[in-house]
Design a protein around this ligand. Sequence first.
Ligand code: DQA
Length: 145
Amino acid sequence: MSPVLVLNGPNLNMLGKRQPEIYGRETLADIEAACRTEAKGLDLSLDFFQSNHEGALVERIQQAREANSGIIINAGAYTHTSVALLDALNAAEKPVIEVHLSNIYKREEFRHHSYISPVAVGVICGFGGQGYLLALRAIARLVSR
Ligand code: DQA
């Protein structure tokens, strides 16, 4: 089976330093390592990618159509702004799970709307880095169907 893609958007490379009271002290490298351990237990292979650039994320999602079995995405602030990411995810025709470290519904109103959710099988938010591991468990079932 082709790898699951874990995709991270803008400012998520700053995890650990960035507003730790909201996002925690785990770095993106810590999250990647935890994802790789979880994926091994689930018999999944993983591609892990982060970019601060919307176009780079669109291009990686386009590649996923051929290269990946499913997509776990934390699009960061592009969640709330990007029709381009929504279109790319729709064109990929793969199961998508949306993840956020923070509970976006507990925060400012502009974070309550997601352009990603209409294409997602489900959304996990508010559990910090553990959300990625929950998403891996969920996607393992979706891609094995
Ligand atoms: C985030 C929530 C977004 O609103 C924010 O812009 C982020 C991170 C999260 O993981 O909680 O960059 O996606």
